[in-house]
Design a protein around this ligand. Structure first.
Ligand code: SAM
Length: 179
């Protein structure tokens, strides 16, 4: 896993020097994003079979999680062409057979139920749950990477867990509480 993460980091820095894929411009910034992506893994109680990352951008968190979780099939949804091309390039270069890259918006793709949904810095929680509703069943875990104001977005959702690491808030929801 470490070798793959290093190669991902190196290629991201190379691509990012030409195309503007992400704000992470230095090895340390990329590493910080990798650490952020991986941190909440310790709170997952089982290995999901199928997972969906919405708005993967240059790979955070979905691609990093796919490298760390080879037993899970990851669907990475990213509509911006250069970002999706980069994800596809990394899938091929790192031989990530457990990854499918879909270069579309989440609302444009055929829904399928998944065990885990992740997303970071894409849209407010309620909007995301609405667009992702056909991917969610009662057992689905939803893991959203949020900031300190996370609870303001929750309105009537009362059953959730938040794990904190510095300013990051990892929001865990269960399908049965949001559908
Ligand atoms: C601020 S970037 C965050 C990228 C990455 N998740 C991260 O944290 O580095 C937001 C990403 O969400 C994607 N996005 C925006 N609306 C989307 C939608 N409706 N469905 C899927 N992706 C979307 C954008 O193309 C963009 O790459």
């Amino acid at each position: 896993m470490q070798d793959k993460l290093e190669l991902f980091s190196q290629k991201l820095l190379e691509w990012n020097a030409i195309h503007n894929l992400t704000g992470a411009k230095t090895p340390q910034e990329v590493q910080n994003n990798i650490n952020d992506s991986l941190y909440p893994l310790q709170f997952l109680d089982s290995t999901p079979q199928k997972a969906l990352d919405i708005g993967t951008g240059a790979g955070f968190p979905g691609l990093v999680l796919a490298i760390a979780m080879p037993q899970t099939h990851w669907i990475l949804v990213e509509p911006r062409k250069k970002r999706a091309s980069f994800l596809h390039y990394i899938k091929t270069a790192l031989k990530l057979d457990n990854v499918t890259v879909i270069p579309s918006r989440i609302e444009e793709i055929a829904p399928t139920k998944v065990d885990l949904i992740t997303s970071r810095a894409v849209m407010p929680t309620k909007d995301l749950l609405q667009l992702a509703k056909d991917f969610i069943d009662k057992e689905t875990t939803i893991l959203l990477y949020k900031g300190e104001e996370v609870t303001r977005e929750l309105d009537d959702i009362t059953n959730y867990q938040i794990k904190q690491n510095g300013k990051r808030r990892y929001l865990f929801l269960k399908g049965k509480d949001v559908i």
